[in-house]
Write a protein that binds this ligand. Structure first.
Ligand code: C2E
Ligand code: CA
Ligand code: CA
Ligand code: CA
Length: 278
């Protein structure tokens, strides 16, 4: 089998080395950007579906590239995950979110939690619970002001290290959220075992609310089960009033999406913290 692998490697080598060079270049660029602190967080509101009150803000990282301008995360997070650079970048994000919260606190703004995206790989390098504790302490941030967005792949299987770190984070009072729900393979019972607080339904399902009853039935089922399990439900990617109305009728707890607000730089969101969004 090993010899086979070698043979096919040689067969594809011209193309592979091209890709490899490209990859090494982008990896180096990303590494330099991390060292050069070229990243910034934007914040997207998550609001109560009934009252329109601000409930949380999701921190979404952007690469402010000196030549290319603002690079969206879909263009560098996958590479960061593959190369392990996500560990360093992820810590940068935690640090920036905590220091921003401290700044808002100093400005006497009405604070709501900041929700931070965490990749599965960040659990395999050091202890993420300790990392959060360190940055929250450093900036005097109460754990109730931090939420963590996890993907379903963090929930799969029985990884002892991940469950211990999640339990440690939970016990501090940090809320756990499952992101992009419905796109992976986790079951609600797995989520319950992890003691999750919030279930965020992927925007692919929100967009089905425009076309017939099928999407509505999906949300109805998810919302009623989540409520039985004491989880609150967020719909992401809400873009229209019609989608909002359906979600309100189904007692979806919170909504997020362009209809409510796009992700905004910290300076702009500061002015909008007292706003009623709906
Ligand atoms: P996500 O966590 O699912 O974030 C939601 C994405 O949907 C964001 O894209 C957001 O700007 C976009 N979005 C929000 N409302 C709407 C809407 O109404 N319609 C549509 N079509 N899109 C909407 P963004 O900011 O480009 O982020 C993409 C992904 O990159 C995120 O998906 C997340 O998986 C990842 N990401 C972003 N920041 C971080 C980070 O700090 N750490 C990690 N590990 N991943 C991150
Ligand atoms: Ca997210
Ligand atoms: Ca999402
Ligand atoms: Ca996503």
């Amino acid at each position: 089998a090993k010899e086979n692998g070698k043979a096919s490697y040689q067969f594809f080598q011209p193309q592979l080395s091209q890709n490899l060079i490209g990859r090494l270049n982008s990896e180096q660029a990303l590494r330099a950007a991390i060292d050069g602190d070229e990243f910034e967080l934007h914040y997207q509101p998550r609001v109560d579906a009934a009252s329109g009150e601000l409930r949380s803000m999701e921190a979404l990282v952007r690469w402010m590239h000196p030549q290319r301008g603002m690079v969206p995360p879909d263009e560098f997070i996958p590479l960061a995950e593959e190369t392990g650079l996500i560990v360093k970048l992820g810590e940068l994000v935690i640090e920036k979110a905590c220091s921003q919260l401290a700044r808002w606190k100093a400005e006497n703004l009405p604070l709501v939690p900041v929700s931070i995206n965490v990749s599965p790989r960040q659990f395999n390098h050091g202890n993420i619970a300790e990392l959060f504790v360190w940055h929250m302490k450093l900036h005097g941030i109460d754990p109730s002001l931090v939420e963590i967005e996890l993907t379903e792949s963090c929930m799969m299987g029985d990884d002892q290290a991940i469950s211990e770190q999640l339990a440690a984070i939970k016990s501090l009072g940090v809320k756990l959220l499952i992101d992009d729900f419905g796109t992976g393979y986790s079951s609600l019972s797995q989520l319950q075992r992890r003691d999750l607080d919030i279930l965020k339904v992927d925007k692919a399902f929100t967009s089905t609310l425009d076309s017939g009853k099928e999407g509505e039935v999906f949300f109805m089922a998810i919302i009623s089960m989540a409520h039985v399990l004491n989880m609150s439900v967020v719909a992401e990617g809400v873009e229209t009033l019609e989608q909002l109305r359906v979600l309100q009728a189904l007692s979806c707890n919170e909504v997020q999406g362009y209809f409510v607000s796009r992700p905004l730089p910290a300076g702009e969101i500061s002015q909008l913290m007292r706003k009623r969004y709906l």
